[in-house]
Write a protein that binds this ligand. Structure first.
Ligand SMILES: [Zn+2]
Length: 100
């Protein structure tokens, strides 16, 4: 109440930890479908909401994926705050996540 809200007017009291999947559902509910927007990097039609990193609401989870018969552990990152995402196309999202 005593704090100034930032330009995006995030109600921090409502940003509570959520699971990875539900976090993306929340983004879609708050901001619409990603493909209704343009990719913020290349301007083509976006298809996914991409977490931009560095959020104070960031959550992480270690997960294992099997790739060519070998297990790889990687860290899944997401945010509970819907404004930490930007609409992106798949190639730009992959480039952002660094697994090109
Ligand atoms: Zn793009």
């Amino acid at each position: 109440m005593g704090r100034n809200s930032n330009e995006r007017n995030v109600d921090t009291s409502r940003v509570s930890p959520v699971g990875y999947t539900y976090a993306h559902v929340k983004v879609g509910r708050a901001r619409g479908k990603a493909h209704e927007h343009k990719c913020t990097r290349c301007g083509r039609q976006a298809s996914q909401w991409a977490y931009q990193g560095g959020s104070e609401y960031e959550q992480q989870e270690e997960t294992t994926r099997t790739f060519r018969g070998e297990e790889h552990v990687f860290t899944l990152r997401w945010s509970a705050n819907v404004w930490d995402y930007e609409p992106m196309c798949v190639p730009c999202h992959r480039a952002l996540d660094g697994d090109a």
